[in-house]
Design a protein around this ligand. Structure first.
Ligand code: FUC
Length: 822
């Protein structure tokens, strides 16, 4: 009797576990029924510093390894010397309308190939690969590999002759190692050989003290020698069975269970200093980790990860198809209502940020931390004319604010190295950078005069400092980073030139990132994006100084300069002008839509404040079309969300969620859900994740706007834990395409202004007080921009907006507010 009972309860336990597993499966798991055939099918794991791509091979498991500081080259900037006379000459040529000549001079001064005595930035490089071979594993059944992004654990499992084999993988942030755990359903069944491989020119593999060791050094490029040393250690522990050390591999035989610790260290201390010992770092982390049990390691990993991941939950009320492998779901997506793929993709973006950007480390680069090459596309560095910024768009709104820190630290460092480019190239104070940087924080021109002549990288990147403040109200942070904001403003206050026609103050020479207005000519002055950026740089410095009660004189100077910036202009096609002159070609489909920076991520184009500009931005976006590179589509999701058009935003998500196989030339998504530019570039993932949040909640334009761009297809759902500026955390439930309940936690107190299409009631059933006062909350109130200039030929149709209700609620710090709709 007793026996039956215990069998029964065991049965219950098992069924419950199965239920639980299925529940997880539906929500937060990517899974596949075949091993990865190429890198774009492998699954990424990481702890911000160490990254792995897991292929899930059967006879041979391959884990491609990265460590975030393994970059080619060595410390040092790349600022071109003695070019100030040419910068002056470029100004003269541009102000006298000799634009072609100016482009030629820029191309000659800054050639397409890096000059011999300098460089165009260093590539981020792979460490190598860790291989596990299972010679007897050939005919397998029930194969499955997955990535559970709810716990940040990858797994591979299958059966051979009735024996179930399972491998688990995770990279622990608290313990700073990758953990690989091999189990089987019968004892003595695990035999495997462990190997390292590397494509790094300088590397060696050895074995000692039961440890497989890969030592290497990063590559030499241009005028730089590769000086990053790395060491990777693999240390196995077995339960029964045997371990045999070979010359360059370790063989394990007949074990019940195997636990492998994979540790990586480098000599990188900071962007100026390579005096750490790679060996000491690798050994120290390994020793600390191996004193713990698998259960302990796993528990602290999950706890650490979930602390970040579980803050936000997104659910759609309907959705089928979730029992299929992820690549099939992706392939079928546009023909189904598999909305849970949208929430999976959204959460995958958050997973990627947690796994590639941790405080104290490097910011996520073009590929996050995952790269299998020595010279990856665009060096997998930091392109700052959109891509690096896009990586961090989800940080605040999806409640991962602390993961923004590596970007802030990079800004501090750039504000130091960038003094040289400001001084040497432009003869001014403050700091600046151009359209790219790398781990050494270079700030000079990259990729030559056509792509690189854009002195605005710091203007855009530094917006993230101010935005972090708007979300968190963290005054200590603002104090710490005010010098960066100030020094950014100093550069532009000094560098602006008065253009001859309207006496506006403009950046010259510059460009509208990577676009051109005539064959091979893009160089110009006073582009719309530049003007918007400088407006924000000045406004941020002014507001920060006000908050901190300092620098009044400097603020006055900036206010005066701000008045003299060019206004936005609406051109002959009713479009927002990209250039200072009406040169836009409505047929231009360029991936960069830089002049819409003012619409997103900035807050200068508002349907309420300046509806003409809002319509012109829409026109521009219609001209540019939908299909483009991955990141460009990610940006367009945000644009359409800001244009309050949920259906168009969702169309873009569908376009982005188009399955792209290895080698395809179109933008979309790879089977592993990583973004295809193509090739792989992580910004598209982050951009789309931020865009989905932006469809559900906005807080940039005078109010906390609930469900501003809900598509018709998202009939029912809920989002919990997303953030609004002003320190508000928001949970929203909606049904029949309209808001039902909202719960708002106020972390800072202060006035909460809500914009919504529905009538909102408090818990007593009374309608909330309608907004009266002009000024709402400083965290989402914006400085006024100048009235636009509108071309006589432009036929601007004003936007038709829904009737919004605007409510004002005085909140107290730490309190939670629940409202329902009528
Ligand atoms: C910019 C873009 C490209 C690519 C590169 C990394 O130059 O124009 O499309 O994303 O960055």
């Amino acid at each position: 009797m007793a026996r039956t009972k215990s069998t029964l309860s065991l049965f219950c336990l098992l069924t419950c576990l199965v239920c639980k597993a299925q529940e997880v499966n539906n929500e937060n798991v990517l899974w596949y029924d075949e091993p990865a055939a190429n890198w774009n099918e492998a699954l990424p794991v990481g702890n911000g510093r160490i990254g792995g791509m897991i292929f899930g091979g059967i006879e041979e498991e391959r884990i491609q390894l990265n460590e975030e500081t393994v970059w080619a080259g060595e410390p040092g900037n790349n600022v071109p010397q003695d070019v100030y006379p040419q910068i002056q000459e470029l100004r003269k040529l541009l102000f006298s309308g000799q634009n072609e000549k100016a482009q030629n001079l820029a191309n000659e001064t800054f050639p397409r190939q890096a000059p011999q005595n300098s460089n165009y930035g260093m590539p981020y490089q792979t460490v190598g690969e860790f291989l596990l071979t299972f010679p007897d594993h050939q005919k397998v059944e029930n194969y499955r590999r997955d990535l559970d992004i709810g716990n940040a654990i990858a797994a591979v499992e299958y059966d051979i002759d009735g024996v179930h084999f399972k491998r688990n993988y995770f990279v622990s942030y608290p313990d700073q190692v990758m953990v690989i755990h091999l189990t089987s359903s019968q004892p003595g069944k695990i035999s495997t050989e462990l190997n390292f491989e590397s494509i790094q020119e300088k590397h060696q593999i050895s074995v000692q003290n039961q440890m497989l060791q890969l030592d290497g050094k990063s590559g030499d490029i241009d005028n730089k020698s590769g000086k990053v040393e790395f060491q990777s250690l693999a240390y196995p522990i077995v339960v029964s069975g045997s371990i045999l050390q070979k010359e360059k591999s370790i063989e394990i035989k007949d074990a019940d269970e195997v636990l492998i610790f994979l540790s990586i260290g480098t000599n990188f201390k900071n962007y100026q200093d390579l005096s750490n010992s790679a060996e000491k770092v690798a050994v120290d982390y390994l020793e600390r980790a191996r004193s713990k049990s698998f259960a302990e390691l796993k528990e602290s990993h999950i706890q650490d990860y979930k602390y970040l991941f579980d803050r936000v939950n997104l659910k759609f009320g309907s959705g089928t198809g979730s029992n299929l492998p992820t690549d099939e779901r992706l392939e079928n997506f546009s023909g189904t209502d598999d909305l849970s793929l949208v929430s999976l993709y959204f959460q995958f973006g958050r997973y990627l940020l947690i796994s590639s950007s941790r405080p104290g480390g490097q910011p996520a680069n073009l590929q996050g931390i995952w790269n299998h090459q020595l010279t990856p596309p665009w060096d997998s560095k930091y392109t700052v004319n959109i891509n690096t910024e896009m990586n961090y768009w989800p940080a605040e709104v999806t409640n991962l604010s602390e993961l923004h820190e590596p970007l802030f630290q990079m800004l501090k460092e750039l504000a130091n190295t960038g003094r040289e480019s400001a001084r040497e190239m432009y003869n001014v104070s403050g700091w600046n950078m151009h359209h790219n940087t790398d781990i050494w924080r270079v700030t000079g021109i990259i990729d030559g005069g056509f792509y690189g002549m854009w002195p605005m990288g710091g203007a855009w990147l530094s917006q993230h400092l101010w935005q972090h403040y708007l979300y968190t109200g963290d005054r200590e942070f603002l104090k710490e980073y005010y010098p960066v904001l100030r020094s950014t403003a100093e550069f532009y206050a000094d560098v602006l030139q008065e253009e001859p026609e309207n006496q506006w103050l403009v950046v010259a020479p510059s460009m509208s990132p990577e676009n051109k207005y005539q064959d091979d000519v893009g160089i110009t002055y006073g582009t719309t994006m530049d003007n918007q950026l400088v407006f924000d740089v000045f406004s941020n410095a002014i507001r920060a100084a006000e908050e901190l009660g300092q620098d009044q004189d400097f603020s006055e100077k900036l206010k005066n300069f701000r008045k003299r910036l060019p206004p936005m202009q609406i051109g002959q096609h009713a479009q927002l002008q990209e250039w200072i002159k009406d040169w836009d070609d409505p047929g231009n489909k360029h991936r960069h839509i830089s002049h819409l920076y003012g619409l997103h991520p900035a807050a200068q184009i508002s349907p309420f404040e300046n509806p003409e500009l809002f319509s012109a931005a829409k026109k521009t976006l219609e001209f540019r079309g939908d299909k483009s590179t991955g990141w460009s589509m990610g940006w367009k999701v945000n644009f359409w969300a800001r244009l309050l058009n949920g259906n168009r935003a969702y169309d873009l998500i569908k376009t982005q969620l188009t399955l792209v196989e290895d080698g395809t030339e179109e933008g979309g998504t790879y089977p592993n859900l990583l973004d295809a530019h193509p090739p792989f570039q992580i910004d598209g993932n982050f951009g789309c994740t931020a865009g989905i949040a932006e469809m559900l909640l906005q807080s940039h334009d005078g109010a906390v706007h609930l469900l501003p761009a809900l598509p018709d297809a998202w009939k029912k759902g809920s989002v919990k834990g997303i953030k609004a500026r002003g320190g508000f955390e928001v949970d929203i439930d909606w049904q029949d395409n309209s808001l039902k309940t909202v719960i708002i936690d106020s972390e800072l107190g202060g006035l909460l202004r809500i914009r919504t299409e529905e009538v909102l009631l408090d818990t007593d059933g009374n309608e909330l007080p309608r907004a009266l006062q002009e000024n709402s909350n400083k965290y989402y109130q914006n400085p006024r921009i100048k009235m636009p200039i509108i071309s006589e030929n432009a036929q601007v149709e004003l936007p038709e907006l829904p009737e919004y209700n605007i409510y004002d609620v005085q909140t107290e710090k730490g309190k939670s507010y629940t409202f329902k709709t009528k």
